[in-house]
Design a binder for this molecule. Structure first.
Ligand SMILES: *[C@@H]1O[C@H](CO)[C@@H](O)[C@H](O)[C@H]1NC(C)=O
Ligand SMILES: *[C@@H]1O[C@H](CO)[C@@H](O)[C@H](O)[C@H]1NC(C)=O
Length: 490
């Protein structure tokens, strides 16, 4: 579902540029988990209107409820349905059961309802009823059913795992799967994902790690705010976000089994807006920061991790609503972005594309070149090219090259480099002053990119003038950030 979305033109363009080791990744997508463990949620038709009015184009369900699937028909919203853990045993042992399930819950709605994946169970290893032995045969039967129905290229088979599937996760480079799962379950699962072109779904909650270790983990690190970073002693990579560290631990665990080519989709992540007094970190401001920064990062195409800078991670925020019937601590009932009356629990500060077009509306979808009519907001979000996997990008032989900011280094380092460039560096920073042509989008990344490029062009594109200690890199395609054009000459 990721690669085919690259436009043909871009592919062709890239193939001409192959010797330059350039590669551009698209921005990832942001969806929501539509959990329904509650007795006060609006009817499905109203929920679908809520998704549409917030430009939420991807939704994950924990079942395959017919009223929900019908309500989603014709909307273009991409849907993940789930086979509940309770019926994994039947799905595994009887291929006819699996076939009937797929026929009744997927084929009957597709393509009018855009089902793109079937989650076979959810966090199966965590379920105390221990359905682990059924997982792989169930996934195989579901895939066979999809093949028989000729839906296997449109609909992927996957199964969200919790981070507790890892035996080691710190440092990230030492990530490995639990020994009781690695060979019997994870290897065959990864093999199935590889042969069917699917992806590993991972539920990852920096909140839990922070809550349990608030004395040693910085809140800024957990919330994607500027911070010092944490160095992985295994490979020297520096991490600026706990989510990156968690996801890279999973990438490392896959690498240990020699599965380096499988994508990860973050099938759940989120932060509670309320908690018990001992649930350190729970709160609306932190939830808004976590989800807002996450969404912005994914949509701006900067969701790659230190181990996989090119990964255009797709994420599903947990959850759409506060769910009043969830058991457990208070936080469990307060992960929602919306109250059951459809009011927002908090405003996500979302600055992609510059001005928050009044009303503080959430913008969930990057609308680069495929905006739907009626979408508000000014201009396109920033489209920053990604650094190459080798870490260095050479200028094109035609001499056209630009210098842009590497958001991976974090805001603090970008700001320091920006200050230098506009100060003693002598870059022309008039255009990024308030009111000037390139002030919007008003973000450190966008301003730094503009200033770095000015510095680089003024220095005659000399070797080493687009570095800023790793905060900058070269591209040979004109960057476009908001409405701001970048000069290509001095
Ligand atoms: C769960 O089932 C698997 C496979 O049948 C078995 O190897 C494992 O020991 C079981 N785990 C627990 C905790 O009972
Ligand atoms: C918080 O306190 C409750 C009892 O008041 C306890 O059951 C729970 O385990 C505690 N949670 C944490 C994260 O310490």
């Amino acid at each position: 579902m990721l690669c085919p979305s690259r436009s043909m033109g871009l592919l062709l363009f890239c193939s001409f540029l192959l010797p330059l080791f350039l590669s551009y990744s698209e921005a990832g997508t942001v969806g929501v988990n539509y959990g329904r463990v509650a007795n006060n949620l609006p009817p499905a038709t109203k929920v679908v209107e809520l998704l549409k009015s917030n430009d939420i184009g991807h939704v994950k369900l924990y079942d395959a409820d017919p009223t929900v699937l019908r309500a989603l028909a014709g909307t273009g919203i991409k849907v993940v349905v789930t086979i509940p853990n309770e019926i994994l045993a039947a799905t595994a042992s009887r291929s006819g059961f699996a076939f009937a399930w797929v026929q009744r819950n997927v084929a009957a709605y597709y393509p009018s309802t855009q089902i793109e994946a079937i989650a076979v169970g959810n966090e199966v290893f965590v379920d105390t009823r221990n359905f682990t032995a059924f997982l792989i045969p169930a996934m195989q039967n579901v895939h066979a059913a999809l093949s028989r129905l000729r839906l296997d290229s449109a609909v992927k088979v996957c199964s969200p795992i919790a981070l507790t599937a890892l035996q080691a996760s710190y440092p990230p480079s030492a990530g490995s799967f639990r020994s009781d799962l690695a060979e019997p379950v994870m290897r065959p699962m990864l093999e199935l994902l590889r042969t069917t072109g699917s992806y590993l779904m991972v539920n990852a909650y920096p909140f839990f790690a922070y809550e349990a270790n608030a004395d040693v983990i910085s809140l800024d690190y957990a919330l994607f705010r500027p911070n010092e970073g944490v160095v992985d002693s295994g490979n020297g990579l520096r991490y600026y976000s706990l989510l990156d560290a968690q996801i890279d631990a999973v990438f490392a665990a896959m690498s240990a089994l020699k599965y380096d080519d499988i994508k990860i989709v973050i099938s759940e992540t989120g932060w509670p807006s309320k908690g018990d007094s001992n649930e350190t970190g729970a709160g609306a401001a932190n939830a808004a920061a976590y989800n807002g920064n996450l969404v912005r990062r994914v949509l701006s195409g900067n969701a790659g991790t230190p181990l996989r800078p090119q990964a255009d991670l797709n994420v599903y925020v947990f959850a759409l609503f506060n769910e009043n019937q969830k058991p457990g601590p208070t936080s469990e009932r307060n992960y929602g972005l919306f109250y059951p009356d459809e009011g927002k629990v908090y405003d996500i500060e979302f600055t992609l594309g510059g001005t928050n077009s009044g009303g503080g509306g959430l913008r969930w979808e990057e609308d680069r070149g495929r905006s739907k009519g009626g979408s508000k907001g000014s201009g396109s979000p920033p489209t920053l090219p990604q650094p190459s996997s080798s870490g260095t990008v050479r200028a094109s032989s035609t001499g056209e090259s630009w210098c842009v900011a590497n958001a991976m280094v974090g805001k603090a380092r970008l700001q320091a480099a920006l200050d230098f460039a506009c100060g003693e560096g002598g870059a022309d920073c008039r255009s990024i002053q308030p009111g000037a042509a390139c002030f919007e989008p008003d973000t450190v990344e966008a301003h730094a990119a503009y200033a770095f490029n000015s510095y680089y062009q003024r220095k005659g594109r000399a070797i080493g003038t687009c570095d800023f200690e790793g905060a900058a890199y070269l591209v040979s395609q004109p960057p476009k950030i908001g409405r701001c054009a970048f000069p290509s000459g001095a």
